[in-house]
Design a protein around this ligand. Structure first.
Ligand SMILES: Cc1cc2nc3c(=O)[nH]c(=O)nc-3n(C[C@H](O)[C@H](O)[C@H](O)COP(=O)(O)O)c2cc1C
Length: 294
């Protein structure tokens, strides 16, 4: 185990370790404007949602580690406290990356990176037409986190207006997560693409408490076959299941018949079978299989 005391590392190394670790991060593609009307467009992955009422997002244009200079985005929001946050999908990722070059303050990255300006409804900075979701925001507060290179500046922005392309909506006008094809930033040059191929769901009952690991029978909790994810699903039921006499399963019947003379092997087989059922999200059936040996 490598143990690091961050205060002994160079800022660039701290940044490297943390950017690989705190990942993947969503990307705030920020459009801002200065008092003379110069538009800026730059990506920020130190970004997240922190409140829905009021709807608040925070992103952080940091002081450059190399020379302690500040980003034009920061300078702009201090002059005109407004920002449009454009959500980045896979089709935009290369152009978004191009826009992050250190162009001078009077270069409009919309033009450099080939994006189209679209007039916002409530704020002065333009939106990125190609983006499927745009958030018009007012900047409530900017909090500097330090004065040295690498120090972040929290831009606390309140979302006033949201524009969502119909192509990512379902029939109820809600966002279909599988249609968005979002990208996220990790360490170094790594990005993640989030679409139907790699999304998965973890059902969580909102009202009921899971029984918890401590309530699992010892033979299940100490299983050499069931892993943490399997036990997490089993411990998420709201009450300890009982043997259900109406439960019929041919595989279970075969395992019990075949291994009846060897209880240890039977338990292993039952755990393997329960694991397969859990992979298919069949938690109730998995419990019935496990109760046959517990
Ligand atoms: C995907 C991506 C994410 C980035 N995230 C950040 C960030 O969170 N904070 C930061 O200071 N710079 C970040 N950068 C670098 C800035 O985008 C870059 O310094 C840009 O030139 C700043 O432009 P500006 O000075 O016009 O505002 C990121 C770059 C990329 C490509």
């Amino acid at each position: 185990m490598l143990t690091l005391n961050l205060s002994t590392l160079k800022p660039a190394d701290v940044q490297n370790y943390l950017q690989h670790t705190i990942a993947p991060r969503p990307i705030c593609f920020a459009s801002t404007i200065d008092t003379d009307g110069h538009v800026n467009l730059s990506p920020y992955s130190f970004f997240n949602l922190f409140s829905s009422n009021p709807p608040i997002v925070v992103f952080s244009p940091a002081r450059r580690v190399r020379d302690n200079s500040t980003k034009h985005t920061l300078q702009n929001v201090l002059e005109v406290p407004e920002v449009v946050i454009n959500i980045v999908d896979y089709d935009m990722v290369q152009q978004m990356s191009l826009s992050s070059c250190d162009y001078d303050k009077y270069t409009n990255e919309f033009q450099k990176a080939g994006f189209t300006e679209e007039k916002s409804t409530l704020v002065r900075p333009p939106m990125v037409k190609e983006s499927k979701i745009k958030l018009e925001c007012k900047v409530n507060q900017v909090i500097p986190l330090g004065t040295e290179g690498g120090a972040g500046n929290l831009v606390i922005a309140e979302i006033l207006m949201m524009h969502i392309d119909e192509s990512v909506l379902n029939a109820d006008n809600k966002i279909d997560q599988t249609k968005l094809d979002l990208v996220a930033r990790l360490g170094a040059n790594w990005y993640a693409r989030v679409n139907a191929n790699n999304l998965f769901e973890v059902p969580k009952p909102n009202l009921n408490l899971g029984i918890g690991f401590d309530a699992l029978p010892t033979s299940i909790k100490n299983s050499a076959i069931l892993c943490g994810n399997d036990l997490g699903m089993l411990a998420n039921v709201s009450e300890m299941p009982f043997v259900d006499p109406t439960f019929h399963d041919d595989t279970l019947k075969n395992i019990i018949q075949y291994f009846s003379i060897n209880p240890d092997d039977m338990e292993k087989e039952l755990h393997h079978y329960a694991k397969k059922l859990l992979e298919k999200n069949q938690v109730d059936a998995a419990w019935q299989v496990l109760l046959a040996s517990a």
